[in-house]
Design a protein around this ligand. Structure first.
Ligand code: FAD
Length: 553
């Protein structure tokens, strides 16, 4: 095994230099879940791997999903039994390997007049869904009468309700999952760097041999060479194919999906609900700690890929959907506490609407040797990675005579996931609590798993900057973020390492200045640099609750 790396901000330049100093086996472009999965699989199989991400890790689509590890009930409607089986199995593997961030979540599927599924179809569909995914007996679907459904979820409108199916999905934190995969890849020797953009490809005899990369923090330029280069740039994959001169045949079709967050008391659901919308689509409403989030939309997108926005029209669509199914909620724009918008990098199919486009992944081969992977789902990332690394290993075996090493990532526990079983987590929390408020420890373990221990140890070593233990813990958390998770600014920490801007927005005003002070000291920021950071955070904070008209977005 190669020497272990860390995802440390303080090592960014060392990793970039080390990538530039030698020829890698594999260079991955893109630090979303797809690129992260490929880096992990390749590193575990013994390849020397580098990964470059032009923004923060997961800042593309992989922090903007519905955050479900799911078997894909909608694929069943499309008759894609093979895909349902594959993602169902993947769900079980992920639950075993990352139980701290893959949490079983009961999902209620109401059966309504003129809805997508009737009672028989729901019962059979959910049974088949469970069967294909190999679901445990105690987690198999249950069919409910109208009375039982109302008892379980009194907020549902009763006039059109006929009953419900209750089944299991799994909830995750997409950005944290991406980070844990990257940290695990680093522990197997992968060098992964954020804010490092691939600006061009380098060729020899018509074959791609390397890239030019720009470190967007130091401004330095690097040339990095590798035997194989994989483009896992999600919504930007076609931009890179165009740069490579190989954008022909199938192309990406971007669709936008928006989620809204409201305080839990505004939509106090007892469990997640997947419900019909009058236009024939279906939408999730998912309670999570002190909020409920609602999504998603699915509309064609040809705007700026760097910052998709939730428009007034998107917000109105989701609010209307909720108010239609939960008439007592009476949600308005003023109730929205936060939001996010993401782009699905789907493969274009002539004549199909956004919702009809397949979610399957595809691999494109360029005559230059560049390999591109696009499409797919968060849930299927490990299998996507396996397909790519199998391909790379076969090519390296043929060209360089290297031995083919099979994929073993189904047995690789992700960083933070080292529990004897998911059932052991509550006892771990109780043990760690030891005098500290248990709920706070539960939340910490929910983000970092077994790594929460390191943060609590760190907390003890820090000079007391506050007599508020909650603040002291967050300060320990951001130090950990710098040393172990490549946090380079406050937005990385508040959006993608902790999800606070989406799910704990009310805590931010009190946190901003103390956390800025920590980063300013660690990175020796000037007062102007700190002020700029504050401004950028405030802009994104405001953006999450402002909804421009479609034409302004
Ligand atoms: P990305 O996460 O976008 O990563 C690509 C990365 O490449 C970006 O971070 C980008 O900055 C980087 N990059 C681009 N160009 C360069 C360059 N030149 N140099 C370096 N880096 C570069 N899936 C599920 O399984 N469950 C769900 O509940 C679910 N819900 C969804 C809801 C919505 C609204 C959306 C939009 C998607 C959802 N998905 C879901 C799908 C899932 O989120 C995506 O399939 C997945 O996140 C795509 O990951 P990716 O790594 O391919 O792309």
């Amino acid at each position: 095994m190669k020497e272990a790396n860390k995802l440390s901000t303080l090592k960014r330049e060392t990793y970039l230099r080390s990538m530039a100093d030698r020829k890698l086996d594999l260079l991955v472009i893109g630090g979303g879940i797809t690129g992260a999965g490929i880096a992990l699989d390749a590193a575990v199989r013994g390849l020397s791997v580098g990964l470059l991400e032009k923004q923060d890790f997961a800042q593309g689509t992989s922090s903007r999903s519905t955050k479900l590890i799911h078997g894909g009930l909608r694929y069943l409607k499309q008759g894609d039994v093979k895909l349902v089986r594959e993602v169902g199995r993947e769900r079980a593997i992920l639950y075993r390997n990352a139980p701290h961030i893959v949490i079983p979540e009961k999902m209620l599927l109401p059966i309504v007049e003129k809805g997508t599924y009737g009672r028989l179809a729901t019962s059979f569909g959910l049974w088949l869904y469970d069967y294909l995914a190999g679901v445990r007996k105690d987690e198999r679907r249950v069919m409910l009468s109208k009375q039982d459904t109302i008892a379980l979820e009194p907020l549902l409108r009763s006039d059109i309700l006929k009953g419900a199916g209750l089944y299991y999905e799994y909830r995750t934190d997409d950005a944290r999952l991406t980070i844990e995969v990257l940290k695990t890849a680093a522990s197997y020797g992968a060098a992964c760097v954020n804010y490092a953009m691939v600006t061009d490809f380098l060729y020899q005899d018509g074959k791609v041999t390397g890239v030019r990369a720009a470190d967007r923090i130091s401004g330095r330029e690097y040339r990095i060479y590798a035997s194989r280069i994989v483009n896992a740039a999600g919504p930007w994959a076609d931009e890179l194919r165009a740069k490579d001169g190989s954008l022909s045949g199938k192309r990406l079709h971007l669709t936008k999906g928006v989620h809204l967050v409201v305080p839990h008391e505004k939509l106090p659901l007892r469990q997640a609900v997947y419900f019909d919308v009058p236009d024939g689509r279906m939408v999730f409403a998912i309670p999570r700690d002190r909020v409920t989030y609602i999504g998603t939309t699915d509309t064609n997108y040809d705007g700026d890929t760097s910052r998709p926005r939730a428009t007034r029209e998107d917000a109105a669509y989701l609010l209307e959907a909720v108010n239609h199914m939960f008439p007592g909620a009476k949600l308005t724009l003023a109730d929205i506490a936060s939001s996010w918008a993401g782009l699905r990098p789907l493969i274009h199919e002539d004549g199909k609407s956004p919702s009809e486009l397949s979610r399957k992944d595809e691999i494109f081969h360029s005559p230059t040797g560049l390999i591109t992977i696009a499409g797919g789902k968060l849930t299927g990332f490990r299998k996507m990675a396996q397909r790519i690394v199998d391909l790379v290993m076969k090519q390296l075996a043929a060209e360089e005579g290297r031995a083919f090493v099979p994929c073993t990532t189904d047995r690789i526990v992700l960083a933070g996931g080292h529990f004897p079983s998911p059932e052991a987590i509550p006892a771990f929390v109780r043990n760690l609590a030891d005098g500290v408020e248990e709920e706070r420890i539960r939340q910490l373990v929910g983000k970092y798993g077994t790594q929460a221990e390191i943060i609590l140890e760190k907390m003890k070593t820090l000079a007391a900057v506050s007599d508020d233990p909650a603040l002291q813990m967050v300060i320990a958390e951001i130090h950990y973020g710098v040393e172990e998770e490549m946090v380079t600014n406050l937005r990385d920490f508040l959006f993608r390492r902790t999800g606070r801007l989406y799910f704990e927005r009310q805590t931010l005003p009190a946190l901003t200045e103390p956390l800025l002070a920590v980063l300013a000291e660690r990175f020796a920021w000037s007062p102007d640099r700190t002020a700029l950071e504050r401004q950028m955070l405030e802009a994104e904070y405001a953006e999450a609750v402002s909804f421009p008209e479609e034409r302004e977005a």
